[in-house]
Design a protein around this ligand. Sequence first.
Ligand code: SAH
Length: 213
Amino acid sequence: MSMPDPRMIQLVMALRGGGVTDARVMGAIERTPRDLFVPERFDDQAYDDRPLPIDCGQTISQPLIVAHMTQALELDDRSKVLEIGTGSGYQTAILSRLARRVYSVERYRTLGQLAQSRFEALRLSNIVPRIGDGTVGWPEQAPFDRIILTASAPTRPDVILDQLKPGGIAIAPVDSGKRQVLMRYQRIEDGFDARELMDVRFVPLIEGEAKSL
Ligand code: SAH
């Protein structure tokens, strides 16, 4: 291993302070250089615990939220994961270190291609990227053990949740208009067990593939 970036040590401390306890999640974050996922002009802020702008008017999520969402997914090395909203690919990369395979959908081609080049640079070979509309999930690859949405749905995203295996867990921001809440859904016999995790602010899930960019 090379010398740890002092900025990474600072980030890990911020996550610990923010209540991240899962050592495996922390390890995945430590092995994922966030500076690779932010635009060059934000390099000096790459390890700050906050979201940053990326291309196409989108954002790379705050590391603390990435860590909490990953922790809540309860991944193991057999997990087949669906991610809606690749964005920078940062969350995808963290997931890929803890799961068997990650299927990740992004509606902007620019973002999807950039993310894919990062996965290649980091030799993350268990990620299957796709450009398309994630509001329909990924029916050809369903069912999944775990599902994560990194863009907010207006209501419980049933079309996507229906692609969850029995007992499977989904984490999704849901925005009622008044409040945006990170939800944890678990597929049970006759539907979904739903729990609120925390208040969050994600960009909205937008239907359809992006026409430009
Ligand atoms: N986890 C990402 C977050 C990116 S922001 C990161 O940390 O970088 C959310 C992403 O969801 C954006 O890139 C946006 O383009 C994408 N998105 C929104 N609606 C979508 C849809 N219907 N299908 C696929 N991706 C979508």
